[in-house]
Design a protein around this ligand. Structure first.
Ligand code: NAD
Ligand code: K
Ligand code: MN
Length: 362
């Protein structure tokens, strides 16, 4: 029997509610497969840890994660700590420390979900956004001088390297090639950002030559937002910079019904380090601690985690159950217009997983 070592990092806010739910679903699923099981280790890093130790995670924290097969992450963000400290001190430290340079963000309108776009049918919106996840606008290069004085100056340099751009574009072309439509849209802002973004466009053309069977086009990021709303069916795989894709993927999630559903994987495609899976949402200060968080984004992230481990049968069984649950309005949480709680949705998923097992055994 295979044993997978999984680190869970609930972090802050609703991360503390949805990650235990995700672990429960993984445990329920493993109970019905003889071929694998999980060994979980939970790390209590985040805002509470910061209040006690002055850092979001220990300096040698990455060493505790290094031998894991995957990481399940909740959210970094505490109402009483500045957002840049929580983000850089935990999530970015792991993503960048483990060079998880490809952030994969699928979006689909799941059965039973009311998407806000009137003219969008379910089959019109089936996207995967690839977010550059190691440099660009989030390279951390910059500074602030003369703080508080009239001559104060501050910069955040968007640093792009040829190697960094090339590898994420190659990843995106390969992903596009693996999907039925074999179509990629490369998003930049190369009219205004005339150095890095022009390089990005140029490298896209070079990498495209390696993938003659992939149909690709370019779109400026501002026009892209309108295209996502007006012509969703014209898109399939999308690749964009760290900041642009961050924004576009929240838009994508909302167009598909809710931020609470959307999953992501922070992937090290070379598998030198563990990859990290998380719902794309944050700590949701407005609903945290109330048991109202939609756990579906975490469950779909768990599907991605299972696919990453190569457990495709378990992944598709869980995805089918997630779709059964979204198709049931009584199991919709507040973000979907319903009144179900995190626990109710989680229990429903676990019950359906057990039923599926019982059916198989019968
Ligand atoms: P957010 O995603 O936390 O919340 C935005 C809105 O979506 C809120 O109204 C929230 O209630 C709702 N929402 C999000 N997830 C939901 C779910 N599962 N179920 C139901 N409703 C849900 O974004 P924000 O308000 O911009 O950020 C709050 C904090 O989280 C900040 O500190 C931010 O830096 C952090 N954050 C962290 C991550 C991460 O760790 N990956 C991502 C985004 C934001
Ligand atoms: K998150
Ligand atoms: Mn985001």
């Amino acid at each position: 029997m295979k044993v997978y070592k999984i680190a869970t990092i609930p972090g802050d806010g609703i991360g503390k509610e949805v990650i235990p739910a995700g672990q429960k679903v993984l445990e329920t699923l493993a109970a019905s497969f003889d071929s694998f099981r999980f060994e979980f280790e939970s790390f209590g890093w985040g805002g509470d840890y910061y209040r006690e130790h002055g850092v979001m995670m220990p300096d040698d924290g990455l060493d505790s994660l290094r031998d894991k097969d995957a990481i399940l992450f909740g959210s970094a963000g505490d109402p009483h700590i500045p957002d840049h400290i929580t983000l850089w001190g935990l999530r970015l430290k792991i993503c960048q420390g483990f060079d998880q340079y490809a952030n994969v963000r699928p979006t689909r309108i799941l059965p039973g979900i009311d998407a806000p776009l009137k003219r969008c049918r379910r089959e019109d919106l089936d996207w995967v956004i690839v977010r550059e996840n190691s440099e660009g606008e989030y390279s951390g290069v910059g500074g602030r001088a003369h703080q508080g004085h009239p001559i104060e100056v501050a910069t955040d340099v968007s640093m792009m390297t040829r190697a960094g751009v090339e590898r994420v574009l190659r990843f995106a072309f390969r992903l596009a090639q693996s999907r039925p439509r074999k179509q990629l849209t490369v998003v930049t802002k190369s009219n205004a950002q005339r150095h890095a973004m022009v390089m990005w466009d140029q490298i896209a053309g070079e990498v495209a030559a390696e993938f003659p069977d992939v149909q690709w086009d370019k779109e400026l990021v501002d026009a892209m937002t309108a295209r996502m709303v007006n012509k969703p069916a014209s898109l399939d795989t999308i690749v964009a910079t760290n900041l642009h894709a961050d924004i576009l993927s929240d838009l994508a999630a909302a167009l598909a019904g809710s931020l609470g559903i959307a999953p992501t994987g922070n992937i090290d495609p070379e598998r030198r380090y563990p990859s990290m899976f998380e719902p794309i949402h944050g700590s949701a200060f407005d609903i945290m601690g109330k048991g109202l968080a939609n756990p579906v984004g975490t469950f779909w992230s768990v599907v991605m985690l299972l696919e990453h481990l190569g457990e495709d049968a378990a992944a598709s069984r869980l995805m089918a159950v997630i779709e059964q649950v979204t198709a049931t309005p009584a199991l919709h949480t507040g973000d979907l217009g319903g009144s179900a709680t995190t626990v109710q949705v989680t229990d429903a998923v676990c019950d359906l997983l057990q039923e599926a097992t019982a059916r198989k055994a019968a």
